[in-house]
Design a protein around this ligand. Structure first.
Ligand code: UDP
Ligand code: MG
Length: 314
């Protein structure tokens, strides 16, 4: 008797990918046809302004394996991945980008690894380099990974992509995490389960252009830090103690100087520097508090992470 084929759903977040999507589908179709599994392709339209949704509908018409979800506006890639995970059915669930930077030909290898090694729940990918990326972006990305791994207990792997294949139980664990400010690279690691890492050389986008500006990435990195570390909150107390110690030492120096040399008049410039320094530290402390407060504020509002306007899945 044949063992039943596993059901695999591949989630693809798409924002203005009308150019890349047909190329992606053409390649992915060949992989799905060959795969020893029942496949579904769950395309998530993240409020695209171009013809992405029309393209998805056309693909769904010609191939019953293609499913789509469409957001009422752009909610971001994190929301698109969450929507995909919520609606995806199957024993194994993959996430990949629409721009072919995540090579579809790795999917069969990922699936056979999980089928042969039931003690693993995830096969994840990382790129070994950042070729084709502006050097300044790579520099700050490296800095971010070094910093967050120092201040957070959750390991965030440098170069890790969102491209991964996960078992049903891992996806269920991820869905248990009901946070609004989602930072998936941290969530994947936080839920645990054994992960097998595959490396590959970075690829250039097949078509269209990157949706992540430097500013968007900067804000995303703050999401990551506030979601997986409270160390910045301790920074304010640390700086407070530091300032107390310095000011006490300085007080002693002024006092002894006045006793020995009778020099009571300190300069105006040094006073201005001290005021600015302390003012700066206080604002920094308030700013850090503000970051955590604003994230907490968004969490307690319990707004939905995404709103659908159209779908062909239940
Ligand atoms: N994406 C999305 N919503 C957004 C931004 C991006 O769904 O607000 C999707 C995008 O369509 C692509 C994936 O996320 O499939 C990765 O985006 P992109 O290739 O622009 O990022 P990069 O590879 O440059 O980091
Ligand atoms: Mg890309």
């Amino acid at each position: 008797m044949d063992t039943p084929k596993p059901l695999v759903t591949v989630i693809v977040p798409c924002y203005n990918e009308a150019q890349a999507l047909p190329i992606y589908y053409a390649q992915m179709k060949q992989i799905m046809d060959k795969l020893e599994a029942d496949c579904r392709l769950l395309l998530v339209d993240d409020g695209s302004k171009d013809e992405t949704l029309a393209c998805m509908k056309a693909l769904a018409k010609q191939d019953t394996r293609v499913q789509y979800l469409s957001f009422s506006r752009n909610f971001g890639k994190e929301a698109a991945m969450l929507a995909g995970l919520t609606y995806a059915k199957g024993d194994y669930i993959a996430i990949m980008d629409a721009d072919l930077q995540d090579p579809p030909d790795m999917v069969p290898q990922m699936l056979s690894f999980l089928l042969e090694n039931p003690s693993y729940d995830c096969v994840a990918t990382r790129r070994t380099d950042r070729k084709g990326e502006p050097p300044i972006r790579s520099f700050f990305a490296r800095l971010f990974y070094r910093m967050i791994n120092r201040i957070s207990k959750t390991e965030i792997v440098d170069g890790a992509r969102d491209f991964r294949l996960m078992s049903r139980r891992m996806v269920d664990a991820i869905l248990e995490m009901g946070e609004y400010n989602r930072f998936s690279k941290g969530i994947f690691s936080w839920v645990g389960f054994r992960t097998h890492w595959l490396s590959y050389v970075n690829r250039e986008r097949a078509a269209g252009e990157t949706k992540w500006s430097f500013w968007k990435l900067f804000l995303y990195s703050i999401d990551g830090i506030t979601a997986f570390s409270t160390a910045p909150l301790a920074l304010a107390s640390f700086l407070g103690v530091f300032c107390c110690v310095i000011s006490f030492l300085y007080l002693m120096i002024v006092f002894i100087k006045a006793l020995l040399f009778g020099d009571p008049v300190a300069g105006y410039p040094s006073l201005a520097c001290i005021i600015l320094f302390l003012g700066g530290i206080q604002l920094l402390g308030i700013g850090i508090l503000g970051q955590y407060l604003s994230k907490t504020y968004l969490e307690v509002k319990k707004r939905p992470a995404f709103i659908l306007q159209d779908k062909n899945v239940e």
